[in-house]
Structure formats: structure tokens, C-alpha cells
Ligand binder design. Structure first.
Ligand SMILES: *Cc1c(COP(=O)(O)O)cnc(C)c1O
Length: 371
């Protein structure tokens, strides 16, 4: 049996009767630019995030770039972030004119280590950019304890974590609720995926919400009048219509992902060479990825490939060792926890539509490899 890493066609077949009429509605109205579906999606994603404002934009990358631009970074201004993430997290810091400062991660959650962040703060620190990796929130309360007294804003990279939450003082706090601005991606493979590129920022800061709305439209609130230089980073109305139709399914999809994760974790419990993901007790993990630490990772990869089982390495080379960031002067060994994770992790198929037979097939292949 073949088990792909992701099967977007399965999801399409399940929901096309809901999505196609929404798309057709946009097409028949011919209101492709900033049509009503955008505002509807913005309001719904803001509500889900316990935030006051949602501001659609062209991608998850832009959902990080625009708030960084709003900070007006100068060349030596520092933004502290994790090296164990998708490239966009740090690429946007560079492109906004700042200097990425990489600190190590926690070995269990794979998220940025708040103690390392505290140690890395300098007078030039202008923001902290944690990532809620694989769908599990970073320790926001500890990051806030470092950031708030110093007036440093936190930009959450929640591109993998829409709908994830963390229990603090007996209350559920959503991804997007505890930072200054949060970026989401609607890249097709994300938990809430569009049929193309898309992104959104959420914030409860009224002033920055106004600025972000302008920055995505060439820096002007009124057409042909520009208070500052922005860019064209609108969310496409067709994509917003797809996402409005898909959003009511998100909670059910996340629940399915959690069930699959529990199934794998149970079934792999007797395999000592495999360490299933650790969910922080405070977190509800939405399993954008189900990522193991394993022994003999590269051999396991070849074995899974031969068996037709999809898998991926997120991420094989930490960002502080990427050639494009050589100018920052990091060398191998500087961030050992991230570097070890890059050597040991492997992600398995976890999409909602997986069947039990497919899950068993993945489990059998892994058990067979280590037997
Ligand atoms: C997907 C992703 C992004 C970028 O999103 P795009 O929509 O592809 O631009 C940024 N950060 C993380 C952690 C991501 O997973």
C-alpha cells in the first residue's frame, strides 16, 4: 500500500461541493480584489485567535515580513528567533532590514528555548520571533516575561499552528492571542490550506492593524495617497472564498490529526529506537506535522521510500548554518540542540483523511525496520 505524505485530493473530494459554489460566487461577481470574502475570513480568523483584527495578505511569508517592516528595523537591529524552522522565519528578518539572532531550541518541543532568548537580549533587540513548530505553541508566557518589561514586541510565527492553544492559569490561550502580531500561512499543505498562496496577520493592537492594512496596499489608506511605502500583498478573494468554506472543518480536521498522532504514538511505544513527539502538558497540539526522533534516520528514510511511504525531514539544515547566513558568523556546534534535531527528526503522514489501514502500514514499516 502506498501512503503519501499528504493527500490534498482526498480533502478536495470530501469538500468540493461546499467550496465550488463559493468560488463560483466570486467569479460571477467578478470582484476579485478585496471582495467581501476577505473581510469575512478576517473576522473569523481573528475570532478563532482571540484577537481584535485579522488582516489578509499574500502569503505566510508576508504575514511575517509586514509586521517586521512596521518596526522600521535599522541594519544592526536584532530579532531573536529559532534556527529550527522553515526558512521564511529568518529570511523575512533579513528582508525587513534587521539581523537575525539565532538561539537554541528545547529538545522536547523543538520550540525556541525561553532561557536562551533571555540570555540573547541586548539593547539592540527589537523583536522576538518564536515559531509554534509542527502545531505546538512555544512557551509564550516565559517569552513574554522576558519581553514585556523591556517593551520588546513578540511576533508569533503561527504558520503551522492555526487553532493551537495553550493553557495558562487555567485558561486556554490561542495561537495569535499572546503576541503583538501573529502570522498565519494558507499554503495548500498547511492545516487550513488555500488553493494557492495566502496568509493573514492577526493582532489586538489597533494602531498596528491600521498600519498593516496600509502596508499591504502600497502604504495608503486612501487610493493614490501614500503615507509610507508599502507593497502589494493582498489576499486573493478567490482564496478567501475557499478558506471561508473550509474554516468550519478546521476543528474536526485537527481532531483527526490528534487521533492519528495518538495512534502512532501508541503503536510505536515498544520501539526503543523511536521517540514520539512530546506534547507539553499545557499545550493542545494540532499536529501540522507528526515528527519523531529516530536512530539511523537516513537508513529509515531509504526503507520508507522503498515501501512507498511518504515522509519528510523538517528541517535538515538549521538556519544558522545556511550559506546565505554565513555573514552572521555562526559555526557548527554553536546551537547543538537544533543541530542534533536536524540529524534525528523525521515526519510521517498525518493528514486527516488517512485510514487506519494506512496508519498500520506506516507503523508496520517502522517496526519492521528496527526489528
Ligand atoms: C509555511 C511557513 C511559512 C511561510 O508561509 P508561506 O505561506 O509559504 O509564505 C513561514 N513559517 C513557517 C514556520 C511555515 O511553516
Amino acid at each position: 500500500m502506498n501512503v503519501p505524505l499528504l493527500d490534498l485530493v482526498a480533502q478536495y473530494c470530501a469538500i468540493k461541493d461546499e467550496v465550488m459554489p463559493a468560488l463560483l460566487g466570486v467569479i460571477e461577481s467578478q470582484q476579485f480584489i478585496m471582495g467581501p470574502a476577505i473581510q469575512q475570513l478576517e473576522a473569523e480568523v481573528a475570532r478563532l485567535s482571540h484577537a481584535r483584527h485579522g488582516i489578509g495578505c499574500a502569503s505566510g511569508t508576508d504575514a511575517l515580513l509586514l509586521p517586521l517592516k512596521a518596526l522600521g528595523l535599522q541594519p544592526r537591529d536584532e530579532v531573536i528567533t529559532t534556527p529550527f524552522t522553515f526558512f521564511a522565519t529568518a529570511g523575512t528578518i533579513h528582508n525587513a532590514g534587521g539581523t537575525p539572532v539565532f538561539v537554541d531550541i528545547e529538545p522536547e518541543s523543538f520550540n525556541i528555548d525561553p532561557a536562551a532568548v533571555e540570555r540573547a537580549i541586548t539593547p539592540r533587540t527589537r523583536a522576538i520571533l518564536p515559531v509554534h513548530l509542527y502545531g505546538q505553541m512555544a512557551a509564550m508566557e516565559r517569552l513574554r516575561a522576558s519581553a514585556e518589561p523591556r517593551g520588546i514586541p513578540i511576533i508569533e510565527d503561527a504558520c503551522q499552528a492555526i487553532g493551537a492553544r495553550r493553557r495558562l492559569d487555567g485558561q486556554w490561550r490561542m495561537a495569535g492571542e499572546l503576541g503583538w502580531v501573529t502570522g498565519y500561512s494558507f499554503f495548500p499543505s498547511k492545516n487550513l490550506g488555500a488553493w494557492g498562496d495566502g496568509g493573514m496577520m492577526v493582532t489586538s493592537d489597533d494602531a498596528v492593524a491600521d498600519r498593516l492594512r496600509k502596508l499591504r496596499l502600497h502604504g495608503g489608506a486612501k487610493q493614490y495617497h501614500h503615507e509610507e511605502v508599502g507593497t502589494n500583498s493582498r489576499l486573493d478573494t478567490l482564496q478567501a472564498a475557499v478558506l471561508v468554506a473550509k474554516l468550519p472543518h478546521l476543528a474536526g480536521w485537527s481532531a483527526r490529526r490528534q487521533e492519528h498522532a495518538a495512534y502512532y504514538t501508541n503503536a510505536l511505544a515498544g520501539v526503543p529506537q523511536v521517540k514520539p513527539p512530546v506534547v507539553d502538558r499545557a499545550n493542545e497540539h494540532i499536529f501540522h506535522q507528526y515528527t519523531l526522533r529516530v536512530e539511523r534516520r537516513d537508513e529509515l528514510q531509504a526503507h520508507l521510500k522503498a515501501k512507498g511511504i511518504g515522509h519528510a525531514i523538517y528541517y535538515p539544515l538549521p538556519l544558522h548554518l545556511q550559506p546565505c547566513f554565513a555573514y552572521l558568523g555562526y559555526t557548527a556546534g554553536r546551537l547543538p540542540v537544533a543541530e542534533q534535531a536536524a540529524r534525528e527528526v523525521i515526519s510521517l503522514p498525518i493528514y486527516p483523511e488517512l485510514t487506519t489501514a494506512q496508519l498500520d502500514c506506516v507503523v508496520d514499516a517502522i517496526r519492521g525496520f528496527y526489528r
